[in-house]
Design a protein around this ligand. Sequence first.
Ligand SMILES: [Zn+2]
Length: 260
Amino acid sequence: MRVSHLNCGTMNPPTMSPIVCHVLLCETNDGLVLVDSGLGRADFADPRRMGPARFLTRPARADAETAATQVEARGHSLSDVTHIVLTHMDFDHIGGVSDFPDAVVHTTADEHDWAVANPDFMSKQRYSQKQWAHGPRFETHAGPGDGWKFGLSGIEVLPGITYVPMPGHTKGHAAVAVEPDGGGVLFHAGDAVFDASSYAPTAPSGKTLGKIRKLRAFEKVMAQDGKKLAGNHATLSRLNGEEGVTVFNAHDKRIFDDLA
Ligand SMILES: [Zn+2]
């Protein structure tokens, strides 16, 4: 499996530096696999599709950043994307799925339940149901999974791609571990952490990471269960110290710029 890092949506929250939507494009023997999907073409064509949360993060229209456009720019067709593995279903992670109607869309069972099957008042406000109104083929993954690595449990979604449940930001949020050819683990923490300095003193290049207080405050505001955040940060910090593991998140542009 070969893996590329894509930014599938730049957003400009008020009074903050720009943030990204960090997506992985995995070229596997079984077609292309996306980890998260960022914002999609339909979101830019009709911003109302993204729901009210767009006013908090202010996505910048950039069709060239959509996963669809970046997949095509690499010489693939949209139907080459066979699977999309979502960390969770907030608008800036699921928006791109409608550009790949043939793909199987993976979520945890908890996330699918809260967002799609049995939404409550909170999840109805939070998620933008229009983004899955086209009826994607969801495949859900229940439970904590079995023993994976580094003392964590995980659920194998596809060969070399594993869900590591990490709720807190949303009810069914999960990190996604990807094991490319050549070894190592790319650990996509999704929105389990917003400010990378919460789990790492330096970026992968060695640059010191300063605290971004506004991003930390924003993380607390968006948390479905804020009590779980510190535990997730501690797990990510421990993983980041493991040989061969690269931890990154969805939105910290400093880490994306280092890895892309
Ligand atoms: Zn997000």
